[in-house]
Design a protein around this ligand. Structure first.
Ligand code: SF4
Length: 681
């Protein structure tokens, strides 16, 4: 029912769904979250929220929440006390470490959890277990960004702030379905267009932004590099590049020039399917706009050439001097609410918090001193290697906090094998996920509404998450659970509350060094913020790049790992839809009704050939698996392409996707797989 307002407590917090990082007030009555209202002080979104933020948080009180620790006995989960469950986890991890060594254990941390949860988990794995085998789902999305922008600029994150969308002259959006995946960022783009900002959209699908664009480049999937090389070819040929910027701020121009020389418009048009006249128009428009923002997401990163794609966007920006100013830059929008933070916290196998390298003796010595233990200087494994090693029997135990690789990682059958092969699996979760079903022990975590902490949004803004209600039933905050396991294993980790964890982390992480809960309370702060009097950094690379000079690098076209052929004639691409956020929102009644099942997109021409209509079912089969899904007939996808989301456990899209990865970032090629379609009876 409707609570009287004076009985309702309002607690401002940060949205748990996407990387835009909207703030709003959770309305709490009688210890329950009953709704969400705007908070005009929110730095990113003001009074706006999208449908997910507004209606999706009811998953907090879903009857499906895990409420007690569970231990698997004879194949069945049995309720246990915290002491029983934690003792078992500590004993098993200790045993496996003694028997097979530290590197036989791996952990997945979580882009859904707070910075504090992530800091504590990677500390436990490094300091107590003694391995750098800790990774998280950034591997499957923006690891290509972190690696690619590190090569080009020296560091990888959005160079600008979300509100720069409103002040730029040109938005160049490539591989980013912002109105669905980052709705408030998408809304800002549409608002800018209304005020006269030019919009170029490069996307194989006719997404909503494409309909509003001045130019829509419908390039073929997997041809981003030739597309951008073609644009740079024209920009250099027509002498439209920023000579002063190239001279003063970059190196490698001659190499880039020699490479893009090989991509004349006619050839590019043939590879990409984009008419040459449009390439000329867009190249001129991008180069001559006073300010221009490149925005991209997983359409760029989730390819076998994800890192090269990312570096191509950096090349374009540096060549034209469109970087390091308000309204000019390269903006990878991170997907999950705290994927930026989980990376910043060192939930990655190669770096401690703040991207301090595990192979650097100085960094190792610094963390050994702070944590009072000897640390491993050996690089840890990335998720695909962890899974391969589990299949090979080298990884014996895994600790998975708040991730569901069985549903979300490519080539699901391979992941099933890995999970089955483990001697011991502990999953810390709020729902019985597909991965949790494989666990030996399940530890019930608390949702964002039940704990204090911070999330770091895509524009590097560190914002508070505030506890609005007590943990549901017998669940506990993730950081608390990890500390309890560590304490039982003889490595004491005792924090009175997350603010204390934050202070320890900030003291060891230069880019967060000037932050504390008091300073970030009102508006958050954007890193780098190295000292207590530093105001934070809304725009990166204004004077110089993190690596000094920016690196222009010639990049050649890399074809996709698997393309349609006679046997598997359709191209499957995958992504996210407006109504859902990965897997949590399936537990929201408010959102569940909007899209309770998969509706794969099929072009009318193909639908006609297959003899199917909207609402009919088709069988989709790839070399790796098959499934049956309902379809929606729409010309948003080109002929020859089927597009599916990955939100529904009943239609596990990732049983179809390829087991092919970018060689550097190990990000999977979710965007392209060859499939065949047949009408299902
Ligand atoms: Fe939440 Fe993202 Fe929607 Fe904002 S745009 S309300 S952060 S899901």
């Amino acid at each position: 029912g409707k609570g009287r307002t004076w009985e309702v407590k309002k607690v401002r917090t940060t949205c748990p769904f996407c990387g835009v990082g909207c703030n709003y007030d959770l309305n709490v009555k009688d210890g329950k979250v009953i709704g969400v209202t705007s908070n005009p002080d929110s730095p990113v979104n003001g009074r706006h929220t999208c449908i997910k933020g507004r209606f999706g948080t009811d998953y907090i009180h879903s009857p499906q929440r895990l409420t007690r620790p569970l231990i698997k006995k004879n194949g069945e989960f049995v309720e246990a006390t915290w002491d029983e469950a934690l003792d078992l986890v500590a004993a098993k991890l200790g045993e496996i470490k003694d028997k097979y060594g530290s590197d036989a254990i791996a952990a997945l941390s979580s882009a859904r959890c707070t910075n504090e949860d992530n800091y504590v988990l990677q500390k436990f794995i490094r300091a107590r277990i003694g391995t750098n085998n800790v990774d998280h789902c950034a591997r499957t999305c923006h690891a290509s960004t972190v690696a690619g922008l590190a090569i080009s600029f020296g560091s990888g994150a959005m160079t600008n702030s979300f509100n720069d969308i409103l002040t730029t002259d040109l938005l160049f959006v490539i591989g980013a379905n912002a109105t669905e995946a980052h709705p408030i960022a998408g809304a800002k783009m549409l608002q800018a267009v209304q005020k006269g900002t030019k919009l170029v959209v490069a996307d194989p699908r006719r997404i909503e932004l494409a309909e509003r664009a001045d130019y829509w480049l419908q390039h073929k999937p997997g041809t981003d590099i030739p597309l951008m090389n073609g644009l740079m070819h024209i920009i250099i040929k027509e002498d439209l590049y920023d000579k002063r910027f190239v001279e003063e701020r970059t190196e490698g121009f001659e190499e880039l020039k020699a490479t893009v020389e090989k991509y004349p418009p006619e050839k590019v048009s043939e590879i990409t399917g984009v008419p040459a006249e449009i390439l000329y128009d867009v190249a001129r428009l991008y180069a001559t706009s006073h300010n221009a923002l490149i925005c991209y997401t997983l359409g760029i990163t989730e390819h076998v050439c994800g890192v090269d794609n990312v570096m191509s966007t950096a090349n374009m920006a540096m060549l034209t001097g469109h970087i390091g100013r308000a309204g000019s830059g390269v903006n990878p929008q991170r997907g999950q609410n705290n994927v930026q933070g989980a990376c910043d916290m060192g939930a990655l196998p190669n770096v401690y918090p703040g991207y301090q390298q595990v192979v650097s003796p100085e960094a190792q010595a610094k963390f050994e001193k702070a944590w009072g233990v000897k640390l491993s200087g050996k690089l840890g494994l990335m998720i695909p290697d962890i899974m391969d090693s589990a299949v090979e029997g080298k990884i014996k135990a895994m600790y998975i906090m708040g991730e569901d690789p069985v549903l979300t990682d490519p080539d699901a059958h391979h992941i099933h094998k890995a999970m089955n092969n483990l001697e011991f699996l502990v999953v810390q979760e709020i729902f019985m996920s597909e991965t949790a079903k494989y666990a030996d022990v399940i530890l019930p975590g608390a949702s964002f509404a039940e704990k204090d902490g911070t999330f770091t949004n895509s524009e590097r803004r560190v914002q508070r998450v505030r506890k609005a209600i007590e943990p549901i039933a017998d669940s506990k905050a993730d950081w608390e659970i990890v500390c309890s396991v560590s304490n039982r294993m003889g490595y004491p980790m005792n924090y009175s509350w997350p603010g204390e964890i934050f202070d320890e982390m900030a003291a060891l992480t230069p880019s967060y060094g000037g932050m504390n809960y008091d300073r970030i309370d009102a508006k958050g702060l954007q890193w780098p913020c190295p000292t207590l009097d530093h105001p934070g950094t809304p725009i990166l690379h204004t004077q110089s790049f993190t690596r000094g000079k920016g690196l222009l690098k010639g990049i050649e076209h890399v074809p996709p790992a698997e393309l349609p052929d006679a046997e598997y004639p359709y191209l499957l691409s995958t992504g996210r839809i407006l109504y859902h956020y990965n897997v949590t929102t399936r537990h929201s009644k408010g959102l569940g009704t909007h899209r309770p099942e998969e509706m794969a997109q099929v072009n009318p021409i193909d639908a006609c050939v297959l003899g199917v209509n909207t609402g009919d079912k088709v069988e989709v089969a790839s070399r790796r698996g098959s499934l049956t899904t309902k379809i929606a007939v729409t010309d948003k996808v080109p002929p020859g392409m089927i597009w599916m989301s990955f939100h529904h456990a009943e239609t596990p899209t990732n049983q179809l996707t390829v087991n092919a990865f970018d060689p550097v970032s190990k990000t999977g090629e979710y965007k392209i797989a060859a499939v065949k379609l047949e009408k299902a009876e």
